[in-house]
Design a protein around this ligand. Sequence first.
Ligand code: 13P
Ligand code: SF4
Length: 344
Amino acid sequence: MIVSNLTEIQAPVDQFPLRKPVPKAQLDVLSREILVLKKQLNAVILAHNYQVPDIQDIADFVGDSLGLSQQAAKTQADVIVFSGVHFMAETAKILNPGKIVVLPDMDAGCSLEESCPADQLGAFQETNPNFYTIAYINCSAEVKALSDVICTSGNAVKIVEAAPKDKNLLFVPDENLGAWVMEQTGRPMTLWRGNCYAHVEFRRESLLGLRGRFPEAKVVVHPESLREVRDMADAVCSTEKMITYCKASSANQFIVVTESGIIHRMQKECPGKEFLCAPTFDAMRAPTDPCHCSECKFMKMNTLEKVRDCMRDLAPRVELSEDILRRARLPIERMLEVSARPQS
Ligand code: 13P
Ligand code: SF4
């Protein structure tokens, strides 16, 4: 069943005005300033796999949402610099209420988070007292506080398999990840109607051409993608597992169906292999434009300069009420505990 919600998510038309490349000399100065600030503040820099290469290269840890949450849960640093999007920095704050958590751009949101306002979730939960709510980590702290357990794309199958058998599962806010998890587990769930505006731009038709030109290439797909695209995949997995898959595979070419920022790590960690950015549907609408790789406009709001600035100013900071911090922590800790269990 799909819950018919509320907010229509529109893919922005002009998403990616070309970023001006920052001169190397300027990048070097910024990187040096960041390293000095990092020591002064006893800070840790956590960066998502979708961040621009300059940021990935100065980060202490680069990973997927699960890896970043695990790092945030165990850090000894006094300041957490979260180079990702807002819900990720919020998760780090929930796990570290006494620490300062800064992010380079407070406006770095997520279309999935937008699709599930807490008041609408609360009202829907009231329609069935037997709901057990599983929230994809791409949601607000308020939605986490209303949930029984959190999951990421890296552990969603395990989390759903561990959910109480006598409950009706409500999965929010990503209908595509939810549908994929249902296929994997055979467990029926009520799905909230939200999606990632960037991943739904990948379509079967836009991939067919590239696959035809590179028939030997393995196709790796993020589960936020549509079913018509997941069905073409050799592997459907989180960004971290994509890297592990490409490293372990004997193939030399990969079509990567997710945000293009991940290519940087793939190239670094799999030398000699070739990574092809999957074209989005846009490529079919305007086939003469040079680049149609998918970029998340939110992830790409962060720049190395903004990383330096947020460390220098210790702002913008993530702040949450005591009540939300307390209530949102439990479902995140439950996720970390289930995730750490050995595979049965
Ligand atoms: P990961 O769980 O692979 O980090 O994905 C996060 C995300 O936002 C994908 O769009
Ligand atoms: Fe959200 Fe999609 Fe961007 Fe990930 S890629 S942060 S799901 S909008």
